[in-house]
Every structure is written in structure tokens, then in C-alpha cells.
Design a protein around this ligand. Structure first.
Ligand SMILES: N[C@@H](CCC(=O)N[C@@H](CS)C(=O)NCC(=O)O)C(=O)O
Length: 212
């Protein structure tokens, strides 16, 4: 059976888990801590990052955005791309770019805050926070008051936006995105009710024997 290397808080892995669930594709979930010495991730990805999707023939793909493209190509139904033509497809991909960028900034913030207080850079932290704030403003502008991020049905843009929003609650709970963007709060609440989201709620992990 196909396998997915995932981590419980990872918004990148959650995107893939949700896509596979929405398409009803069976897979075995392998939960790892990519920072622990026991991780198998580097055996499959030279960049040492999860998620990694491992096919039955042993081949594998990594980088969540690319994995989602592979999933869409292999299992086109139900489509996670909007039905309104190339403009909408590009709009959905733009949402994914913004959402991934917010996640990347949150990850950098998380690790910066793990450094001893005297080594932390206030400028670096401010820079990452600006990216998070700016990315959320961009997502809120795109979402407007519509039911779905792009087009008239659930899809890739909702997966990307929904996973980053819930990830903020885990890794950056003081970010007041719910207060600042009620439309995103409403979208997130709606999305989290879907079975694919409810089955993949992010939870923090204990990093036991960190290797950097
Ligand atoms: N751009 C990558 C980011 C993946 C990523 O950063 N994964 C984290 C876990 S949430 C990881 O494996 N980090 C280990 C590392 O950066 O060495 C993707 O979308 O797949």
C-alpha cells in the first residue's frame, strides 16, 4: 500500500492527507518527527523534509505542492482544481503559494524563538511576523465573503488556506487572525467540519532527540 510520511503538526503533510482523504485514496500513515534521529525521511528526500509520498513500487515524491500535483494527475476525481478555467486554476495556485509562504514564516519564527533569548533577533522576528500578517491580509482579500476561496466548490485553495489557519492556532496562537479577519475565521470553522479536516487536526509533537 502507498505510504505517507507525515508529522502531526505539519501543515504541509496535512494538505496531502486532506487531498488523499477527499479523493478516497487509501494509504498508510507513517507519523514521524523529522527532527529526531530515527526519522526515515532522509532516505526518501535528500532535502530531509516531510511529507513524502511513497508508492507501492518504492518510488517517492516530496514537496507538498508537487505531491498535490502528482495526486491530482493520478487520481483526478473528484477534482481539487476549480472548474472555471485557467484563470481560476492560477488563482487557486496563488492561494497555495501565499499559504505555504505563511507556513514557512511561522516555521522560521518557531525556531527563532527556540534559540536562547539573547541570540534571538528582534528584526528577524519582526520580518517573519510581517510576512504572516501580510499573507493573512492577502488570503482574507481573496476569500471575501464567498463560501469557497476560489470558484464555486471546495478545492486546493481551501485546503491550502484551511491548513495554514489551523496551524497558526498550534504554532503561533497569539496571532489574532480570527479577530482581524472574521471571514477567514468563518471559512476555517466551516472547513474544519469536513471529515478530511476533522480527521487531521494538527497536534504539537515532542521533539525528543533533536538532530540538526
Ligand atoms: N516546502 C516543503 C516544506 C516541508 C517542511 O518544512 N516540513 C517540515 C515538517 S513540517 C520538515 O520536515 N522539516 C525538517 C527540515 O526542515 O529539515 C513542503 O511543502 O513540503
Amino acid at each position: 500500500m502507498m505510504k505517507l510520511i507525515s508529522a502531526t503538526p505539519s501543515p504541509y503533510a496535512r494538505k496531502v492527507r486532506i487531498a488523499l482523504a477527499e479523493k478516497d485514496v487509501p494509504f498508510q500513515l507513517i507519523t514521524e518527527v523529522p527532527w529526531n534521529s530515527t526519522t526515515q525521511t532522509p532516505q526518501y528526500n535528500p532535502l530531509e523534509k516531510l511529507p513524502v509520498l511513497i508508492f507501492e513500487d518504492g518510488g517517492s515524491v516530496y514537496e507538498s505542492r508537487f505531491i498535490l500535483e502528482v495526486i491530482e494527475a493520478r487520481w483526478p476525481q473528484p477534482s481539487l482544481l476549480p472548474g472555471g478555467g485557467i484563470e481560476q486554476v492560477l488563482a487557486a495556485r496563488q492561494v497555495e503559494v501565499i499559504a505555504d509562504g505563511i507556513c514557512d514564516a511561522v516555521v522560521l519564527l518557531f525556531w527563532e524563538r527556540h534559540r536562547p533569548a539573547e541570540q534571538q533577533s528582534a528584526e528577524w522576528i519582526a520580518r517573519q511576523r510581517r510576512k504572516v500578517d501580510g499573507g493573512l491580509r492577502a488570503l482574507a482579500g481573496i476569500a471575501g465573503d464567498r463560501e469557497w476561496m476560489v470558484g464555486d466548490r471546495f478545492g486546493l485553495a481551501d485546503i491550502a488556506a484551511g491548513t495554514v489557519l489551523r496551524y497558526l492556532d498550534v504554532r503561533f496562537p497569539e496571532q489574532p487572525w480570527r479577530r482581524d479577519h472574521p471571514n477567514l475565521a468563518a471559512l476555517s470553522d466551516r472547513l474544519e467540519q469536513r471529515p478530511s479536516f476533522a480527521a487531521t487536526v494538527p497536534v504539537p509533537q515532542v521533539i525528543s532527540d533533536k538532530v540538526v
